[in-house]
Design a protein around this ligand. Structure first.
Ligand SMILES: [Zn+2]
Length: 497
């Protein structure tokens, strides 16, 4: 059995002014051919696929094509998208006869000129391999699931949890693909778009309405004949023509069952729509004040508007400004992405005292630079590490600026490490001694869980802000809840055979 394996994934923040280029893919490891198999063991959905292949006793010949993953950021530059798509397709054409394609995608990627990157890629991949070769696709559940995607894939399987477990999604997809190849199942897909968009505040699947919705998906998967139920609560800063939430249901050859289950799961999301809009966000001033006043232990301040994992630039200064304004007395950690400030710190050297402008350069709509006088305490260059399940992470150049009790870590690019304790530890900071840490994510707090006392969602502005009505939406289909009056809505899923 010959199976091509590839990944081309990015999560697009339509409101970020910073386009994603080739360097963003290279940061997270842009691999070709055999390197994909070498470097992706255990990492990402592809790593999950390799796990399943390793469990099998039959002969599976892997044909690794390419792996490009750029985390989240602004729209992909047209040239970068064309280059990666063409490299993928050239390698696919050169692969020879195949029994299946395992293609890991995100689902919420768009380029400057293409709203639906995944649909465009899948359409081309289908054209190359023809209708008889199954295409199995693990997706991020924050995807926007489009018509071209469902029409050109045999399996579209979303994450079961937020925070995500990408290898688990890869394993689930791979198992269904092998069952399909053995002739044990004949997947039929039902697809339903839901006219709904919500902020990220209720995105965790560990509680609240999202848990209820995802639990229902797991319940429905226990029904005889149901293969997979994937809810897709689209990430809320994707301004594309087919945007909004969706569900995809796979059954074993039973179109009516697929429709029925898709109706049930999408109707539940609609019932819960008001719940998904509930939020415990607090103002910037109040957040810093209560973090300082908290008992011992680490308080995580979630900078919701500047979520790097959601695609924001990472240089919003709203929280930094407030930490300095309140002259916080306790050890406080905050990351800022600012290549120019890193360069200034390197020029000054260790130890030195400098005055410099920090942040507000990339996102000048929601933020502005803040002038800081501080001590350059530590610098690092070319530190690369592997984050379990996620893969390689290059920190690039970083600089630690001490300003009173505030420790600002400057990064020269948007590394996955921005929300990881290794960012501080590698510069000599004892995270256990810190009172508060600012994270540029609204969901992925898990890396600090061993010290976590409390988490506060801060109502900060930015390109991933929860105040969705403040964005200037241009492409999102209307009507959509809650921007428009929608007293009623009923699901009517499409079946794709
Ligand atoms: Zn996601």
């Amino acid at each position: 059995m010959r199976i091509a394996v590839a990944e081309l994934a990015q999560e697009t923040d339509s409101f970020s002014p910073v386009l994603a280029g080739l360097a963003d893919f290279e940061t997270y490891g842009l691999f070709y051919g055999e390197d994909v198999a070498q470097r992706m063991q255990g990492a990402g959905p592809i790593g999950g696929f390799f796990d399943v292949v390793a469990e099998r006793s039959d002969d599976v010949e892997l044909v690794p094509l390419l792996r490009g993953w750029a985390s989240a950021g602004g729209p992909i530059g047209d040239e970068t998208f064309s280059q990666l798509r063409d490299e993928l397709l050239d390698r696919l054409r050169a692969a020879g006869p195949l029994d299946a394609v395992f293609l890991s995608l995100h689902g919420a990627a768009s380029s400057v000129s293409e709203d639906d990157v995944e649909g465009a890629v899948l359409e081309e991949v289908r054209r190359v391999v023809g209708n008889d070769v199954p295409i199995a696709v693990p997706l991020d559940h924050h995807a926007s699931v489009t018509r071209r995607m469902v029409q050109n894939a045999d399996l579209l399987v979303g994450h079961e949890t937020q925070p995500h477990d990408p290898p688990a999604t890869g394993r689930k997809t791979a198992r269904l693909m092998f069952q399909m190849l053995a002739g044990d199942i004949n997947p039929v897909m039902a697809w339903q778009r839901i006219p709904l968009i919500t902020p990220q505040d209720q995105f965790l699947t560990s509680g609240g309405p999202m848990k209820e919705w995802f639990d229902l998906a797991r319940e429905l998967e226990k029904r005889s004949g149901v293969l997979d139920v994937s809810p897709y609560p689209m990430q809320p800063w994707l301004d594309v023509a087919e945007g909004g939430w969706a569900v995809v249901v796979h059954t074993d050859g039973d179109a009516e069952l697929a429709r029925e289950v898709a109706v049930e799961i999408s109707a539940r999301a609609w019932e819960l729509r008001e719940e998904f809009w509930k939020s415990g966000r607090v103002s910037v001033t109040e957040a810093v004040r209560s973090a300082v006043a908290a008992d011992d232990g680490l308080v995580i301040l979630s900078d919701t508007g500047d979520s790097v994992y959601g695609g924001a630039p990472g240089d919003n200064t709203t929280l930094l400004r407030e930490l300095l304004r309140q002259q916080v007395p306790c050890l406080s950690l905050i990351p800022v992405v600012d290549a120019a400030a890193v360069a200034a710190a390197f020029d000054a050297g260790v130890p030195s005292t400098i005055t410099l402008n920090i942040g507000g350069r990339l996102d000048s709509v929601f933020s502005s630079p803040v002038e800081v006088t501080g001590r350059v305490a530590s610098l690092s260059e070319n530190v690369t590490t592997d984050i379990p399940g996620r893969g390689v992470c290059n920190l690039g150049r970083t600089a630690l600026i001490e300003c009173g009790a505030v420790r600002i870590v400057l990064l020269d690019h948007r590394s996955f490490g921005v929300n990881h304790p290794l960012l501080y530890a590698h510069l000599g900071i004892d995270v256990a001694a810190a009172k508060l840490v600012v994270v540029k994510t609204a969901s992925n707090f898990q890396f600090f869980s061993q010290w976590r006392k409390e988490m506060i969602r801060v109502d900060t502005p930015g390109t991933t802000q929860s105040n969705l009505s403040e964005f200037e939406w241009k492409r999102l289909p209307r009507p959509i809840f809650p921007f428009d009056e929608m007293p009623s809505w009923s699901p009517d899923p499409e079946v794709v055979v």
